[in-house]
Ligand binder design. Structure first.
Ligand code: PLP
Length: 387
């Protein structure tokens, strides 16, 4: 099966950048030794790995020792949440997160809950934004970790991370703040010192990197118990042979995407404006979800009453357009989105959800194609349902 003619599901995954693939190739064919093995090739590989760590730290504005290479955004998030929870349980067993996080956060929090931790899931307003007074009310002496995403992958809304960090540090200076930056990377500045967080998760395959690589940035001094054990790699924070080709690809992708986030944002913003204006103008009752202005530019999610989201995706697919709906990142069958539910979107409206997420290879022609077919598909689906 070939790739779709118009791909608009970049928050699920993005195509690999050709220069990323090129940077990975030698590590499959020529330089495949185990980093740290005592012979010359192993020592050379270790030096290359540590150089990649330095490059990643430079892009993020942190220190090399603070970079933990993982297999995915999901693993980074698991390590942040479980790692801190397990390492700090003598201090307290209370975690705070939000109702609109990715399942990597929500499912991990819920497992910890089953194992005896207390978890507060902060509500959001109609735009998907956490209210600071709810955070203030939730913080207590037992709070060890607060995890709030930078940008929501389904509706694009930004969380007030600055204010969240300030609120946490003022009330509970020992509590650490983790942010899931997977949906924000490549579109918002990610400079760890100015963000003020203690932990930050990134995934390679959303920004032109390969699947199978992620990164957890963990501020020096943050206590983390490893969730994968078996050796002392990654300074004892993550055991297992490093996937060097994937790491090399991810670091290249970070170097390409993060420093150019304002250009990427501006380009996505132009296309998104055309898409959003076009859809709102041509489809009666179309609703743009998420915050009207405080949002990442590459995510545009809509609700259409009287439309079945899954059938809509099939109709678009027939016309060569790949899009997403609901919490479609992981599911073959569509569940109503927990994000839309938390935002108070009525289920009749949430059922007709369509999420279009842009990437660097999209063009105005792609948007024209969507605008050319979507209004008539919706009109037909609504007419069928009414008949
Ligand atoms: N966090 C967010 C916001 C995501 O959108 C995703 C994936 O869709 C993840 C975490 C998980 O990342 P990965 O696919 O690298 O495990």
């Amino acid at each position: 099966m070939q790739s779709p003619r118009v791909y608009l599901d970049h928050t699920a995954t993005a195509p690999i950048d050709p220069s990323v693939w090129e940077a990975m190739l030698p590590y499959f064919t020529e330089r495949w030794s185990s980093p740290g093995a005592l012979y010359r090739a192993g020592r050379a590989m270790k030096r290359e790995l540590e150089d990649a760590r330095r490059r990643a730290a430079t892009v993020l504005g942190g220190e090399p020792a603070e970079v933990v290479f993982t297999s995915s955004g999901t693993e980074s998030i698991n390590l942040a949440l479980r790692g801190v929870a397990l390492a700090t349980q003598h201090r307290g067993r209370h975690l705070i997160t939000t109702q609109v996080e990715h399942r990597a956060v929500l499912d991990t929090a819920s497992q910890l809950e089953k194992q005896g931790w207390r978890v507060t899931y902060l509500p959001v307003d109609g735009a998907g934004v956490v209210q600071l007074d709810a955070l203030t009310a939730a913080l207590d002496d037992e709070t060890v970790l607060v995890s709030v995403m930078m940008a929501n992958n389904e509706v694009g809304s930004l969380q007030p991370l600055d204010a969240i960090v300030r609120t946490v540090k003022a009330a509970q200076p020992m509590a650490v703040v983790h942010t899931d930056a997977v949906a924000a990377a490549g579109y918002l500045p990610i400079e760890v010192t100015s963000l003020g967080v203690d932990l930050l998760s990134i995934s390679a395959h959303k920004i032109g990197g390969p699947k199978g690589a992620g990164l957890l940035w963990a501020r020096r001094g943050v206590l983390l118990q490893p969730i994968l054990t078996g050796d002392d790699r990654e300074r004892g924070r993550r055991a297992g042979q490093e996937d060097v080709p994937a790491i090399m690809g991810m670091v290249k992708a970070l170097e390409l995407a993060l420093p150019s986030c304002s250009e990427r944002s501006a380009a996505a913003g132009v296309l998104a404006r055309k898409l959003i204006d076009g859809i709102l103008a041509s489809i009666p009752g179309a609703v743009l979800t998420g915050h009207p202005t405080q949002r990442v530019p590459h995510v545009a999610s809509f609700c259409f009453e009287g439309v079945d989201g899954e059938a809509l995706l099939q109709q678009l697919d027939l016309r060569g357009i790949a899009a997403a709906a609901g919490s479609a990142c992981t599911s073959a069958t569509l569940e109503p989105s927990h994000v839309l539910r938390a935002m108070g979107v009525p289920s009749a409206l949430a059922e007709g959800n369509l999420r279009l997420s842009l990437g660097v290879e999209n063009t105005e022609g792609d948007i024209d194609q969507v605008l050319a077919v979507l209004p008539s598909i919706i009109e037909r689906m609504r007419a069928l349902r009414a008949s």
